[in-house]
Design a protein around this ligand. Structure first.
Ligand code: KIV
Ligand code: NA
Length: 261
């Protein structure tokens, strides 16, 4: 199962044309599209706006939208209001939420409302200030057991799948074996049921991130775009663009009216 993020019409169109199974409108939007240094500033309005454009670009692909920071930790009513907006205004097919036991009540309420929920455990970027950095999860026995318990609780709460982010390969494999719902890994090794990557990382499209071990760059689109733009700048300055091929010419009598016979 291949999953890729998309944030707008062209990225969604390209992902669908390339045969991606599932699209995630991730709140990584904050980092790779909006230029924030975390996902915390991303709002429901941002997610609705971007999800709508993704849906227009990929009309035949299952689209999951992230619930942003702090939109599913209050009452169930508030959670359902945000979910309603992503589904009804954004037109997503499912939502994703980060967290373990503390969000199981929300997951259960949302699935009871008829909305599929994708879980997300391991490194959960919305909690970066609690976790204290973007570090690998599942390195010691207590941490491994915590992740396993979270995964099982999310399955029991009704999640249709779980994203495992930055989890050691062995722990991700054990969780995958223990669950009946699929796991989708990012930096979680080879044995998850599916994989997810951030669009801008996969094609190196002006991503603010440094090199990451768990990312494979399949195309260097950023360099191609940069070279194209710098050629344009150069040609405009030296007046070689536009050339004869790119212009529209008026008839002879127009010239006469402008300059006299
Ligand atoms: O926002 C995102 O792109 C994500 C993926 C990294 C799973 O949550
Ligand atoms: Na996300």
């Amino acid at each position: 199962m291949s999953m890729l993020t998309a944030y707008d019409y062209p990225s969604a169109l390209l992902a669908e044309e390339a045969g991606i199974d599932l699209i995630l409108v991730g709140d990584s939007l904050g980092n790779v599209v909006l230029g924030y240094d975390t996902t915390l500033p991303v709002t429901i309005d941002d997610m609705v706006y971007h999800t709508r454009s993704v849906v227009r670009g990929a009309q035949n692909t299952f689209i999951v939208a992230d619930m942003p920071f702090m939109t599913y930790h209050g009452g169930v009513d508030e959670t359902l209001r945000g979910v309603r907006r992503l589904m009804q205004e954004g037109r997503a097919h499912a939502v994703k939420m980060e967290g373990g036991l503390e969000i199981c009540e929300a997951v259960s309420a949302v699935t009871k409302a008829g909305v599929p929920v994708l879980g997300h455990i391991g490194l959960t970027p919305q909690s970066v200030n609690m976790i204290g950095g973007y570090r690998i999860q599942g390195k010691d026995p207590e941490d491994a057991q915590r992740l396993m318990n979270e995964a099982k609780a999310l399955e029991a709460a009704g999640a249709f799948g779980i994203v495992l982010e930055l989890v050691t390969e062995e722990v991700a494999e054990a969780i995958t074996k223990a669950l009946s719902i699929p796991t989708i890994g990012i930096g979680a090794g080879r044995y998850c049921d599916g994989q997810v990557l951030v669009f801008h990382d996969l094609v190196r499209y002006a991503s603010p991130y440094r090199e990451k071990r768990f990312v494979k760059t399949y195309a260097d689109v950023g360099s191609i775009i940069r070279e194209g733009i710098s050629s344009y700048v150069k040609e405009v300055k030296e007046r070689s663009f536009p050339a004869e091929d790119h212009v529209f010419n008026a008839d002879e009598h127009v010239l006469e009216s402008l300059y006299g016979a």
